[in-house]
Design a protein around this ligand. Structure first.
Ligand code: G4P
Length: 526
């Protein structure tokens, strides 16, 4: 296995986190462009159309291909093999988005310079925190009037609780945006708007003291010198170890739509971002350079092509090497599986995979036997941790139109929730079926799929559940007592685990205070 250290060391697997509209799609496209994976936009843009209306999303999913092929994008840059994992955003925001973050080794955070830290970014950062994922930051849209850079860094530090270290510094903004100063290279990169797909190398002035700077920037040159002096005095030095530990984030400024600031970002990413980390399994820590293969499924995507009812299971390789035709041990079922038709994903196509290394994502065609969280090995009984269920924030009661289809509904809901985008809850007090989701689009998708795949017509009713908590207690007697007293608000999830379905946040808080020995958890390990 002599190629292993080389192949492993050059893998960089990451995802972009941001609030909708900060520029994730644009940046993804530009990273692919600068990484040489696409000549010009297209594949990534295609996805955008989906966000306007649910019906468009359905249409697109039916047309097929787009979201599967863009789920993972692989390209090479500076000798690194970069795997960019798409995190569903907008209305299709779901648990998949959270889980994808458990399959990366680092993340790139995009912030809109006019808006600063927004709510979705805060949530996604919380998930990154669970593993201390290293984060690079890109502050976007400098070609527009935005907030003061210093103020933005302060906000990132205080709201997201991570130290910032500027790698570039913007010169002006909006109409006065002139470029960025690269603090490490002591070089000024001048801005010229370049809409469209071409990469144009802009002018570079070496050295802050260079008189050419005064010629080009006029009064702004001295302003910049003053500002840089302040910034250097006030901000933290770049510390690679602190970045790798998720405690410090290097910050870049730019304008994705204008291709500006992307090169610096991509180069820094290739240089600093980590290669695959060791992964925690329930039994032991698995090192990526172990000889034997292991991998974990973090996402299942339905292929709605009615001709092929297949679903793709996305598996991250955690150790060893995957080769075509390999026999894999499916730990949960105890069965061997010969994998001859696994797929790998390029920016605009999917291909059969011949080999894959730790950090790579491969797609396994699946007819319902593979679930999110499943581990595959070459025989060892391992179970990778860290792919939890997250407590949903939206709940609906499922109402069946044709009562004779009750069994099909149960089966459909159960199977769809096993894919992990929605969760099913059954209250103890009645026979209701409650669907929980993180993003609202999932309800429509579920109804659509129940109809097309299970021939079940259903609608939704509102229900007074605000959030859910998985419940446990070390003392069986206390748990029994709790179950009796709180019977009305208790239920089971799809896996049969006990859940407290809280009618309001206040109710949850009061219940927690009243029952200090009961453990209420917002996540459950798969
Ligand atoms: P998202 O995936 O994070 O939701 O963001 P997306 O890339 O779709 O960008 C959101 C909007 O911001 C888009 O405008 C996009 O063109 C714009 N944008 C992205 N980067 C920049 C930038 O550097 N500067 C400026 N000024 N705008 C930027 P839109 O009007 O919603 O879409 P479109 O009509 O341009 O396609």
């Amino acid at each position: 296995m002599s190629e292993q250290p080389y192949e492993l060391e050059r893998r960089r697997t990451f995802a972009i986190i941001s609030h909708p509209d900060a520029g994730k799609t644009t940046l993804t496209e530009k990273l692919l462009l600068f990484g040489g994976a696409i000549q010009l936009a297209g594949t990534v843009k295609g996805r955008k159309a989906a966000r306007h209306a649910t019906s468009d999303w359905m249409e697109m999913e039916k047309e097929r291909g787009i979201s599967v092929t863009t789920s993972v994008m692989q390209f090479e840059h500076m000798g690194r093999i970069v795997n960019l994992l798409d995190t569903p955003g907008h209305e299709d925001f779901s648990e998949d988005t959270y889980r994808t973050l458990t399959a990366v080794d680092s993340a790139l955070m995009v912030i809109d310079s006019a808006k600063g830290v927004e709510e979705r970014t805060i949530k996604l950062m919380e998930v990154c925190r669970l593993r201390d994922t290293p984060i690079l930051t890109f502050i976007n849209k400098l070609d527009r009037e935005g907030r003061e850079p210093i103020e933005l860094l302060d906000e990132v530090e205080s709201v997201l609780n991570i130290q910032c270290t500027p790698m570039t510094w913007p010169i002006g903004m909006g109409k006065r945006f002139k470029g960025v100063y690269n603090l490490r290279e002591d070089a000024i990169h001048l801005f010229s708007p370049t809409h469209g797909g071409k990469i144009v190398k802009g002018e570079v002035i070496q050295g802050l003291d260079n008189p050419k700077l005064d010629e080009v920037l006029g009064d702004m040159a001295d302003e910049l010198r003053g500002e840089i002096e302040l910034v250097q005095g006030a901000s933290h030095e770049f510390d690679l170890q602190a970045y790798l530990a998720g405690k410090q984030t290097p910050v870049f400024f730019g304008s994705a739509i204008n291709n500006f600031g992307i090169q610096e970002l991509l180069d820094a990413f290739a240089e600093f971002a980590p290669s695959p980390f060791p992964r925690q399994a329930r039994q032991r820590v698995v090192q990526p350079d172990e000889e034997k293969f292991s991998g974990v499924v973090f996402k299942i995507q339905a292929n709605m092509d009615p001709q092929h009812r297949d679903r793709i299971a996305f598996m991250r390789v955690n150790s060893g090497k995957f080769t075509k035709g390999m026999k894999l041990y499916h730990v949960r079922t105890g069965k061997q599986m010969q994998v001859s038709n696994a797929m790998t994903f390029q920016a605009d196509s999917r291909e059969h995979v011949d080999e894959a290394w730790p950090g790579d994502i491969i797609g396994l065609p699946n007819h319902g036997t593979i679930q999110v969280g499943d581990t595959f090995t070459q025989g060892e009984n391992l179970k990778f941790e860290g792919i939890p269920y997250f407590a949903p924030e939206l709940f609906r009661r499922v109402v069946l139109k044709d009562p004779l289809r009750a069994k099909a509904l149960q089966k459909g809901l159960q199977q769809l929730s096993e894919e992990g985008a929605t969760q099913l809850f059954k209250p103890m007090k009645n026979n209701d079926l409650i669907l929980g989701a993180v993003g609202v689009l999932q309800f429509d998708v579920t109804a659509f799929r129940l109809k097309s795949e299970y021939n079940v017509d259903c609608v939704y009713d509102g229900i007074s559940v605000t959030t859910a908590r998985w419940v446990s207690c070390d003392d069986p007697k206390k748990l029994e007592d709790f179950k009796k007293k709180c019977f009305d608000n208790l239920g089971e999830d799809g896996g049969g685990y006990l859940v407290y379905l809280a009618p309001s946040r206040v109710n949850l808080q009061l219940t927690q205070e009243r029952w200090p020995d009961i453990h209420f958890s917002a996540t459950r390990e798969l």
